[in-house]
Design a protein around this ligand. Structure first.
Ligand code: SAJ
Length: 420
C-alpha cells in the first residue's frame, strides 16, 4: 500500500469527515487535533460536530480500528491539513493555524511523505507552507528547491463540500488537485482516489488556491445581486420574490435568493482573501461583500420602521411591543450559528428593543450567550400568539410549513419570502 498511514491535521467540519472517508476504505488514519475534548469524543466513536451521517461512519471506523485521534502528531505517509483560516484586522487572511500545523508535522516528516493543504488559503500559501517546512527540516528537500526530485511532495487540494451534505459531496464532487509539481499532483490524486467517486482535476497549486476562492466569491457576488435587488424592490414597492421568479423564466437568467445577509465561515470570509491580495482589481468582489454585510443593518432598520408603525397604530408603548425573530442559523435546516446574519440581526434588535424579544430556532435547545439575557427561546405557536411584529430570518422547513392562516400579524419583516 502506498499510504500505510494517513494523518489528518484538524478534526473539524472538513478534517473529521475526510479522516472518516479514508478510514471507511480501511485505511489506517490518525486524526490530530489540539482540542482534547474532540480527540476523546472521536476515540469513543462519537462526534463533536453536527453533520448528517458522519456519526455512523466515525463509529464504524473507530470500532474497526481504522481511525484514532490524538493531540500528538505521528509519522505518516500522507498529511492532510484542514485547519481554520479566518481573517484578522482589515480582512487579512490569518495563516496562524496553518503555520502551527506545519510546525507540528515537521518533526515527524520522513522522506517520501506527501503533505496536502486543504484549508481555504490565499494564493501562494502552498509555496509558503513548503518554505516553512523546509526551514524546519533542512535535512529534507521540498518541491520549491528540488522540483520533481524532492523528498517531500506538497499539494493544495481544496475542500468544496456543502455543510449538511458533506458525506455525499466529499465522495461525489470533483476534486481540484494543485500539486507544486506534476509528481505531487499524481500522488495527491492517488490518495484521494482511495474514496473519491468524482474526478481528480489536476492543475498547479496557485490555480487551485484561486479556484477555491473563486467558487465562493462567485456565489457571494450572485447573492449580493439578489440582495441588492431586494433593496431596490423595497424602494419601488415590487415583490422581489415574484420579480426573481419571473426573470428566471428567461433561459439564460438564474438569480439566487435574497436573505438577511450571507453567513457561515466560508462565503462571508473567502472573497476577502482575493480582495486583500488584489485591492486594486477586486472591486466587484469587495462591493459584493459590502452589499451582503450591509444587509443585516438594512433588515434591522426595516424592523425599526415596522415597530414605529405598530406603535403609532396601536397606541402601545415600545416596552409593550413583542418582537419575534424566526431563525438564528446561518442557513435553513442546520443548527450552525457561526457568522449568522440572523444572529447579528437578533442581537442588534435585542439591544435596541425595550420590550419582549422572542426567538424561535427549532434546531437549538438553548440560546447563545449573546442573546440569553434579552431574549426568550420560544415555540412557533407561542411566538405567533404573543408577538406584535414578526421577523422571518431563516427559511427552515418548519417555518415554511406554518399555515398562512396562523399568521395574523400586520407587521411582518420577511427576509426570505416565506410569508409573501
Ligand atoms: N444564501 C443566500 N441566498 C442563496 C444562497 C445562499 O442568501 O440563494 C446564503 C445562505 O443563507 C448562507 C450563505 O449564503 O447564509 C452561504 O450558504 P451556502 O449554502 O451558499 O454555502 P455554504 O457556506 O454552506 O458552503 C459554501 C459552498 N460553496 C459554494 O457553493 C460555491 C460549499 O461548496 C463550500 O465547500 C463551502 O462554502 C466552503 O467550505 O467553502
Amino acid at each position: 500500500m502506498s499510504f500505510a498511514t494517513i494523518s489528518v491535521i484538524g478534526l473539524g467540519y472538513i478534517g473529521l469527515p475526510t479522516a472518516a472517508a479514508f478510514a471507511s476504505k480501511q485505511q489506517n488514519v490518525v486524526g490530530i487535533d489540539i482540542n482534547q475534548h474532540a480527540v476523546d469524543t472521536i476515540n469513543r466513536g462519537a462526534i463533536h460536530i453536527v453533520e448528517p451521517d458522519l456519526d455512523k461512519v466515525v463509529k464504524t471506523a473507530v470500532e474497526g480500528g481504522f481511525l484514532r485521534a490524538s493531540t500528538q502528531p505521528v509519522e505518516a505517509d500522507a498529511f492532510l491539513i484542514a485547519v481554520p483560516t479566518p481573517f484578522k484586522g482589515d480582512h487579512e487572511p490569518d495563516m496562524v493555524f496553518v503555520k502551527a500545523a506545519a510546525e507540528s508535522i515537521a518533526p515527524v516528516l520522513k522522506k517520501g511523505a506527501l503533505v496536502i493543504l486543504e484549508s481555504t488559503s490565499p494564493v501562494g500559501s502552498t509555496e509558503q507552507l513548503a518554505t516553512w517546512l523546509a526551514e524546519l527540516r533542512p535535512d529534507l528537500t521540498f518541491p520549491h528547491q528540488a522540483g520533481e526530485a524532492a523528498d517531500i511532495n506538497v499539494a493544495y487540494c481544496p475542500e468544496r463540500v456543502l455543510p449538511g451534505q458533506v458525506m455525499v459531496e466529499l465522495i461525489k464532487n470533483d476534486r481540484v488537485i494543485g500539486g507544486m509539481t506534476p509528481v505531487c499532483s499524481a500522488r495527491a490524486s492517488e490518495l484521494y482516489n482511495i474514496f473519491l467517486e468524482g474526478e481528480c482535476v489536476v492543475t498547479n497549486s496557485r490555480t487551485a488556491e484561486m479556484c477555491k476562492l473563486t467558487e465562493n466569491s462567485f456565489r457571494d457576488v450572485n447573492i449580493a445581486f439578489a440582495n441588492e435587488l431586494s433593496l431596490i424592490c423595497a424602494a419601488q414597492e415590487i415583490n422581489v420574490w415574484e420579480l426573481i421568479r419571473l426573470a428566471n423564466r428567461h433561459p439564460r437568467v438564474n438569480i439566487l435568493q435574497p436573505g438577511p445577509g450571507v453567513g457561515g465561515h466560508c462565503i462571508a470570509v473567502d472573497p476577502w482573501f482575493i480582495v486583500a491580495q488584489n485591492p486594486e482589481q477586486a472591486k466587484l468582489i469587495r462591493t459584493a461583500r459590502e452589499v451582503n454585510d450591509g444587509k443585516p443593518h438594512w433588515v434591522v432598520n426595516q424592523v425599526k420602521a415596522a415597530v414605529a408603525d405598530c406603535l403609532s397604530e396601536t397606541g402601545k408603548r415600545a416596552s409593550e411591543i413583542t418582537i419575534a425573530c424566526f431563525g438564528l442559523a446561518f442557513k435553513p435546516n442546520i443548527d450552525d450559528l457561526r457568522e449568522s446574519p440572523a444572529m447579528e440581526i437578533a442581537a442588534l434588535l435585542s439591544v435596541w428593543h425595550s420590550g419582549k424579544m422572542l426567538v424561535v430556532e427549532p434546531n437549538i435547545h438553548q440560546l447563545p450567550k449573546k442573546l440569553v439575557e434579552q431574549c426568550e427561546l420560544a415555540s412557533v405557536d407561542d411566538a405567533l400568539q404573543q408577538a406584535d411584529v414578526l421577523v422571518m430570518l431563516v427559511d427552515h422547513q418548519a417555518f415554511k410549513a406554518i399555515p398562512g392562516t396562523q399568521v395574523q400579524q400586520c407587521w411582518i419583516v420577511d427576509t426570505k419570502g416565506v410569508w409573501r
